[in-house]
Design a protein around this ligand. Structure first.
Ligand SMILES: Cc1cn([C@H]2C[C@H](O)[C@@H](COP(=O)(O)OP(=O)(O)O[C@H]3O[C@@H](C)C(=O)[C@@H](O)[C@H]3O)O2)c(=O)[nH]c1=O
Length: 187
């Protein structure tokens, strides 16, 4: 399992080793001890799976606030997607900055996103599935969102034309209008 830093502190790109043989491959997609050795100490309590029928579907940018803030470990089950994390911790040196990584079934890559970040993605192929582990349970009362196309964020979505969006995501606030529930707590 290769665990690499990204341009944002605390967000990591995780690539499990694939053991290929005549049948296909085997991979450990999550290992608490390997992640802990890399300094990522997290306990997951829920797994999520969604299918987006169309390429160009954007989901996000989403987060949950305390007491149900979530760290996530995200991978692509089928197809291809561009996964994005945005630092929304007030006082963080990288507040408002984003990192994006292409995750696909083929490349097997995962993105680890700690609490304090908003998460979203765009699908790059029809029938793309995303699978992710969460460190806290779904708690709709604590849900929050930031507009996917907030000009202050300037996320370079690999998208041609208008995305498929939920009504909720189309109405999400700009980061500047959000009183972020997260504060940077130091390194
Ligand atoms: C997120 C979630 C949704 N639901 C339900 C609520 C709703 O009826 C239906 C669809 O919910 P949403 O529209 O919020 O689904 P979606 O837009 O896919 O939301 C997800 O987006 C990505 C980017 C994330 O990071 C996730 O944490 C989550 O917010 O599923 C659950 O039952 N459990 C859950 O954990």
């Amino acid at each position: 399992m290769n665990i690499e830093a990204t341009s944002l502190p605390d967000v990591f790109c995780v690539t499990p080793r694939r053991f290929g043989d005549a049948r296909g491959f085997f991979a450990e997609t999550w290992s608490r001890s390997r992640m802990a050795r890399a300094g990522i100490d997290v306990e997951f309590v829920q797994d999520n799976h969604s299918l987006s029928e169309a390429a160009g579907t954007v989901r996000g940018l989403h987060f949950q606030a305390a007491p149900h803030a979530q760290a996530k470990l995200v991978r692509c089950g089928r197809g291809r997607l561009f996964d994005v994390a945005v630092d929304i911790r007030r006082g963080s040196a990288s507040y408002g900055q984003w990192v994006g990584v292409e995750l696909s079934f083929e490349n097997g890559r995962q993105l680890y996103i700690p609490a304090g970040f908003a998460h979203g993605f765009v699908t790059l192929e029809p029938g793309t599935e995303i699978v992710y582990k969460c460190s806290d349970v779904y708690a709709p009362d604590t849900e929050g969102s930031v507009r996917w196309d907030d000009p202050d964020l300037g996320i370079d979505w690999p998208l041609s034309g208008a995305p498929v969006l939920s009504d909720k995501d189309a109405a999400a606030p700009l980061l500047a209008d959000l009183d972020s529930p997260f504060t940077w707590e130091g390194a």
